[in-house]
Design a protein around this ligand. Structure first.
Ligand SMILES: Cc1ncc(C[n+]2csc(CCOP(=O)(O)OP(=O)(O)O)c2C)c(N)n1
Length: 319
């Protein structure tokens, strides 16, 4: 699949922006500016980027507790996301939701999801709604390897399969669900192997290679848009940080971490673009500088924004 230069550069810029956003969140969390819990996406940037690169604004994504990268790739605002993490009134949920409740319906981002696996049936529902309304909207559903061991995985994918819904299920297999390795939680080599039980295609892709993700997701999105039903993609990837900020991650072998660090999705993609002469070192530096400035601006916006007023505590609280 030939990829246009503009798209190739968008993917580079998007991955850099996600990385710089997450690094800044790590710093602000350590400085005590972010209450609650945050789960960072560093290392997994190629998955959201390569897949969402195929979506239109009106298409949907369903995210997870590790959702900042998904929102950025779908076109979300880093100012509003940072403000939400800082619990400020200008944030996506007016400062009351935090990292795991961010949604942006204007760009089809249906929401992060703190309950593991809960996004899977929601994505199936979004797919059903597109069919009932007669639109060609596609939904991409992101979830982890841990989520693939919940009942919601079976229920959501089975229904999407029997109703041929336009949903692409993408398992971000980073090998660990908190401290539980897939070697003791899965009795098949790949999560994608489970697709056979639903009669849909199951594909494994290198989640550290954004162009590989782009190609695999492209076929799945096209199938979904053409009424051919769902696909289960498993992107093999790795989270560089602990499960959440504050988790030292000592349960993971150092050799394993080192191996995956060598395959950094941004470094390897930058190298590829330089070799293809689609990017110069100078342009790469400029993109990085821009991303750093964007995150400075996001933090400034968050710091300068007010907290919600006490009288607003129960506004927009439904349950
Ligand atoms: C239903 C439910 N059970 C347990 C938890 C606690 N928990 C939060 S994240 C997580 C692991 C999720 O692993 P995975 O789906 O592989 O995603 P990853 O964190 O690796 O991105 C667990 C067990 C939860 N939030 N929801």
């Amino acid at each position: 699949m030939a990829i246009e230069k503009e798209k190739l550069l968008w993917m580079f810029r998007t991955m850099v922006r996600i990385r710089r956003f997450e690094e800044r969140v790590a710093r602000e969390f350590a400085d005590g500016n972010i209450p609650g819990s945050v789960h960072l996406y560093i290392g997994e940037e190629a998955v959201a980027t390569g897949a969402i690169a195929h979506l239109k604004k009106e298409d949907y994504i369903m995210s997870t507790h590790r959702g900042h990268g998904h929102l950025i790739a779908k076109g979300g605002e880093t100012n509003k996301m940072m403000a939400e993490l800082f619990a400020k009134k200008t944030g996506y949920c007016l400062g009351k939701g935090g990292s795991m409740h961010i949604a942006d319906l204007d760009i089809g981002m249906l929401g992060a999801a703190g309950i593991v696996g809960s996004g899977i049936p929601i994505a199936t529902g979004a797919g059903l709604s597109a069919v009932l309304r007669g639109t060609d909207q596609v939904t991409i559903c992101f979830f982890g390897d841990g989520a693939s061991n919940t009942g919601r995985f079976h229920e959501g994918i089975n229904l999407a399969s029997v109703w041929h819904l336009p949903v692409v299920f993408i398992c971000e297999n980073n090998l660990w669900a908190v401290s539980v390795p897939t070697s003791i939680s899965l009795n098949v080599p790949n999560v994608a192997d489970r697709a056979v039980g639903y009669g849909i295609p199951g594909v494994v892709v290198d989640g550290m290679d954004v162009t590989a993700v782009y190609e695999t997701a492209g076929e799945a999105v096209a199938r979904a848009r053409n009424g051919q039903g769902p696909t289960l993609i498993e992107a093999k990837t790795y989270r560089y940080r602990g499960h959440f900020e504050g988790d030292s991650g000592t349960y993971r072998p150092k050799e394993e971490i080192d191996e995956w660090l060598k395959r950094d999705p941004i470094n390897s993609y930058q190298k590829k673009l330089l070799e293809m002469k689609l990017l110069t070192e100078k342009q790469a530096e400029a993109i990085d500088k821009e991303a750093l400035a964007e995150m400075d601006e996001a933090v400034k916006f968050a710091l300068e924004s007010p907290f919600p007023e006490l009288e607003e505590t129960l506004d927009n609280v439904f349950t």
